[in-house]
Design a protein around this ligand. Structure first.
Ligand code: PLP
Length: 414
């Protein structure tokens, strides 16, 4: 496991909040309580400064030039790759590929893995609680290759039905693609066990880490997963940058997902040969400033300590859940024993959209809707939920203000 965690006693999470300029804003004349980090996270000053400094003082392209600016930008670009390697504990830096986000990472794997390994009649296994980003690319692939998409069901707490998973695995299963943490329910899935079972059946496994990388220590070698993907903007970094981790032995066998500059070794009209990892998967001028910003974000999170972040968010989750359970007519959707800091809920006789709109007027930002997880909503027989989600910068005071406001709003709307 990673050795990046300070002892929790020295982390003052009230002080951490001070590092985030957006959290000092008011909305509709009220102090902002930001509870939509599952959608996107606010940025610490260190990330904003790193991006500004890069554009103001250091900006240049990567890989292509011998002048100082380019050499420095290239070094920084590679340093951040090593930081991500440490963050995920991958075996080699070249297993870390920069993409634009979780969605692009999954689409690239679906295209490239599909081309290399998926034949007509093969099966891809996903779960009922996936984000659309981890459903639609597999549907496209299956349609393209004549493969079959199978779905692991979940129960009414929001846990995967592991017995059904075991039954669905068979020699035709080529890949299992599962969220580490559900964005709509908060369920933390037992990835180590799921990976072991997938490998036992001869399948590979992809983890959608969009909702786990910002909140839990991740060790891809310990989990023994073949692919792990996440988005920079959810780990306090900028938009437009994401990570695709893949085992080198697999990535080496997969064709490039895009063609263009940087991903080639030699180009002639009859034939092009491709670059080695990771550049084979990084066509074109990359998101250089976004990589710099992501590096600052990962340094920030690591300095707080991922285990400290996990513990803090677990405390907020328990504190908020206890109080919300007391609200008459409120039903929490997603009650798995192992949950991340996400609480989806519905209230009898009140539309989630109205809850979100009225909370906004009180300075509280929560998400409402289907959370890009329509099949999950369908399972629970509801079109939408309201969702409060926590990050390291939230405090018990945020929870108190949210719960007071929520009680008021429900009284007004019911
Ligand atoms: N997967 C999960 C579980 C998510 O929560 C999200 C974003 O909300 C995504 C995938 C897609 O991430 P992005 O939109 O950053 O590509």
């Amino acid at each position: 496991m990673q050795k990046q965690n300070k002892a929790s006693s020295i982390v003052d999470f009230n002080q951490i909040r001070e590092d985030f300029p957006m959290l000092k804003k008011s909305m509709h004349g009220k102090p902002l309580v930001y509870l939509d980090s599952a959608a996107t996270a606010q940025k610490p000053q260190a990330v904003i400064d790193a991006i500004t400094n890069f554009y103001q003082n250091q900006y240049g392209t990567v890989h292509r030039a011998v002048y100082e600016l380019s050499v420095h930008a290239t070094q920084e670009y590679q340093n951040v790759r090593k930081q991500i390697q440490t963050f995920l504990n991958s075996a080699k830096p070249e297993e870390i590929i920069y993409t634009r986000g979780t969605t692009e990472s999954i689409n690239m794997i679906a295209y490239s893995f599909g081309k290399a390994f998926v034949k007509p009649g093969d099966e891809i296994l996903i779960s009922e609680m996936e984000h659309h980003s981890n459903i639609v690319p597999w549907q496209i692939l299956c349609e393209d290759r004549g493969a079959v998409l199978k779905v692991i069901p979940m129960d009414d707490k929001g846990d995967l039905v592991m017995k059904e998973y075991a039954k669905l695995l068979n020699p035709k299963t080529k890949l299992v693609a599962i969220a580490h943490v559900s964005n709509s329910l908060g369920t933390i899935n037992p990835i180590k066990e799921i990976a072991k079972m997938a490998h036992g059946a001869g399948a590979k496994i992809l983890i959608d880490g969009a909702q786990s990388a910002p909140h839990l220590p991740i060790d891809v070698q310990d989990l023994d997963v073949d692919f792990f993907v996440f988005s920079g903007h959810k780990v306090l970094g900028p938009t437009g940058i994401g990570i695709l981790y893949g085992k080198a032995s697999l990535l080496d066998q997969m064709p490039p997902a895009q063609g263009g500059g940087d991903m080639i070794e030699t180009v002639t009209f009859p034939k092009t040969t491709y670059n080695v990892l990771p550049l084979k998967f990084e066509a074109g001028t990359p998101m250089i400033a976004e990589v710099v910003g992501l590096g600052a974000a990962i340094r920030y999170m690591t300095s707080v300590g991922m285990e400290n972040i996990r513990q803090h968010e677990q405390e907020l989750l328990a504190y908020a859940t206890e109080q919300m359970k007391e609200i008459p007519g409120l039903r929490i959707i997603g009650t798995a024993d192992h949950k991340g800091g996400i609480i989806s809920f519905v209230v009898e006789g009140v539309h989630p959209l109205d809850i979100g709109t009225m909370l906004d007027l009180k300075g509280i930002a929560v998400r409402t809707g289907h959370h890009c997880a329509q099949p999950t909503m369908r399972h629970f027989g509801i079109p939408a939920t309201a969702r409060a989600s926590f990050a390291l910068y939230n405090t018990k005071d945020d929870v108190d203000r949210f719960v007071v406001a929520l009680r008021d709003v429900i009284k007004m709307l019911q």
